[in-house]
Design a protein. Structure first.
Length: 99
C-alpha cells in the first residue's frame, strides 16, 4: 500500500536550506555574499574610497583607493566590523584586511 503525505508534511526549499545541517556551507556563503553586496548601503560614506571584495574565514577584504585611506580605515577596522555584525545580527566579521 502506498504511503500518502499530507501537504503539511512537506518542507519548503527555504526551510530545508535553513534547517538541514548539510547546507551550512551554503548558508555561510550566502551570508558572506550579503555582507559584500550591502557594504555600500551600510557605509555610504565609504563608497568612493573602499570596496568590499570578499569574506574568507570571517575576514573581510576591502579594496581601498590609496594608502592614506588604508591607514585611516585600519585605525577604524574594529568599528567597521562591529557595525557590520550589528547590521546582520551575528558575528560574520572578526577582522578586516586591506587590498
Amino acid at each position: 500500500m502506498a504511503k500518502y503525505h499530507s501537504r503539511s508534511s512537506f518542507k519548503s526549499l527555504s526551510e530545508i536550506i535553513n534547517e538541514e545541517k548539510q547546507f551550512s556551507n551554503l548558508r555561510e556563503t550566502t551570508k558572506n555574499y550579503d555582507v559584500v553586496e550591502k557594504f555600500e548601503i551600510i557605509f555610504p560614506e565609504l563608497k568612493i574610497i573602499a570596496q568590499a571584495k570578499k569574506i574568507e574565514k570571517k575576514v573581510l577584504f576591502l579594496k581601498v583607493e590609496n594608502s592614506v585611506w588604508k591607514s585611516e580605515l585600519n585605525l577604524r577596522k574594529n568599528i567597521i566590523a562591529e557595525r557590520l555584525n550589528k547590521a546582520f545580527g551575528e558575528e560574520l566579521i572578526k577582522t578586516i584586511k586591506f587590498l
